[in-house]
Design a protein around this ligand. Structure first.
Ligand SMILES: *[C@@H]1O[C@H](CO)[C@@H](O)[C@H](O)[C@H]1NC(C)=O
Ligand SMILES: *[C@@H]1O[C@H](CO)[C@@H](O)[C@H](O)[C@H]1NC(C)=O
Ligand SMILES: *[C@@H]1O[C@H](CO)[C@@H](O)[C@H](O)[C@H]1NC(C)=O
Ligand SMILES: *[C@@H]1O[C@H](CO)[C@@H](O)[C@H](O)[C@H]1NC(C)=O
Ligand SMILES: *[C@@H]1O[C@H](CO)[C@@H](O)[C@H](O)[C@H]1NC(C)=O
Length: 320
């Protein structure tokens, strides 16, 4: 036997056995492509919006549709100091996020280690245009100042941790926080390539990693698809739709949230999606080619493995 083939076959077996242990959630039965009515309950304009994305999914561009809005206080991935290996992380994460939506900034994990700044301040237009420090030489975080700004704005938080939406919604309900969640999905094949390119993981880990993405995202999608009564709070959004026409997608999402699209957002999109200008986020308008670019960059074996590992996710989201 070709040694390459042996390597490939044993690798495949390794992946399959590993997957078996990762999670019991890769069901084979789901093929939910139904289009379901968006609104079930007539809610007021959104005050608190969670962007539930994932690592290396093109979510920064998506988040800019909110960061560019001057009525919004946007927090970029504030969860970096949380330990996601902790068995109670889902509850901790839900509490952490909801505290932030309630403008309760007492949790020290919100701050950059040894700095009087909120995590990823640079990535938030609103945060970086204010300083929240007090005391000598800006050594203390002026919490009350930050909380006051929070209360005066609508709040949007982007997370790349793929958390349990059911636990989050339940806690939001208990606290009477009017929460909306945009569940953001992307084809697993380009996500795999992007994670591999970032080269932060060892080789076999890429497959385990993408398996985890597909499994957790499928859970989120199933929760959405099978719970129509939550559709006034949950909306699904695809990277591909945003990339294909950010302007139209922004209009759809803003309408869902019952927000007016700010005038500067149109010009921002215009400026940042021109192929020629090489905009910061490198998303070109109407670029079907760009969206399927991954097809030319993925090796046949890689595609086979990701297609196999992520079969149910890809089917459910209608990625062919
Ligand atoms: C703020 O959050 C902390 C940590 O979750 C909690 O202990 C505290 O009671 C909260 N404060 C208010 C005013 O809700
Ligand atoms: C940050 O603070 C902790 C204790 O508060 C200290 O042990 C650590 O050395 C500090 N790190 C840096 C980079 O200053
Ligand atoms: C925090 O900021 C507010 C508003 O700018 C200011 O009045 C207050 O003195 C500051 N507190 C501290 C401890 O610096
Ligand atoms: C503040 O910074 C100045 C200049 O760097 C320094 O002389 C002073 O000691 C600092 N004050 C405190 C309280 O750290
Ligand atoms: C639908 O929502 C209910 C209640 O929140 C939950 O128990 C159930 O697991 C959800 N369905 C899916 C497929 O997640």
């Amino acid at each position: 036997m070709d040694p390459c083939l042996v390597k490939f076959a044993s690798f495949f077996i390794f992946i399959c056995t590993s997957l078996y242990f990762i999670s019991g959630t890769l069901q084979s039965t789901n093929n939910i492509i139904e289009e379901i009515a968006d609104y079930t309950e007539d809610l007021p304009p959104a005050e608190n919006v969670l962007l539930a994305t994932g690592y290396r999914t093109g979510s920064s561009f998506f988040a800019e549709l909110f960061n560019q809005n001057d009525d919004v206080l946007y927090l970029f991935e504030p969860e970096h100091n949380l330990n996601f290996l902790n068995p109670h992380i889902q509850e901790e994460w839900a509490n952490f996020v909801l505290d932030l939506f309630q403008c309760n900034y007492t949790n020290p994990k919100l701050l950059q280690p040894n700095k009087s700044r909120i995590m990823s301040t640079d990535r938030s237009k609103m945060l970086s245009s204010h300083n929240f420090c007090g005391g000598d030489n800006c050594s203390h975080f002026n919490r009350s100042k930050a909380e006051a700004l929070c209360k005066s704005k609508k709040r949007v938080i982007k997370t790349i941790k793929i958390g349990r939406i059911d636990i989050l919604l339940k806690e939001a309900e208990r606290r009477k926080v009017d929460l909306r969640v945009l569940l953001y999905f992307r084809d697993a094949r380009p996500v795999y390539l992007s994670r591999k390119k970032a080269d932060e993981l060892g080789e076999p880990t890429y497959y385990l990693n993408i398996a985890r993405y597909c499994s957790l995202k499928l859970d989120q999608f199933n929760f959405y698809a099978e719970n129509q009564s939550h559709h006034s709070r949950l909306k699904s959004v695809k990277f591909e739709e945003v990339a294909e026409d950010p302007e139209i997608e922004a209009n759809i999402i803003y309408e869902y949230l019952k927000w007016d699209v700010p005038a500067n957002l149109h010009s921002w999109i215009e400026k940042n999606t021109q192929t020629t200008s090489g905009g910061t986020f490198g998303t070109s308008r109407n670029s079907i080619e760009k969206i399927s670019e991954w097809r030319e960059n993925i090796e046949e074996e890689e595609k086979f493995l990701v297609d196999t590992i992520c079969k149910d996710y890809l089917n459910a989201l209608n990625y062919t």
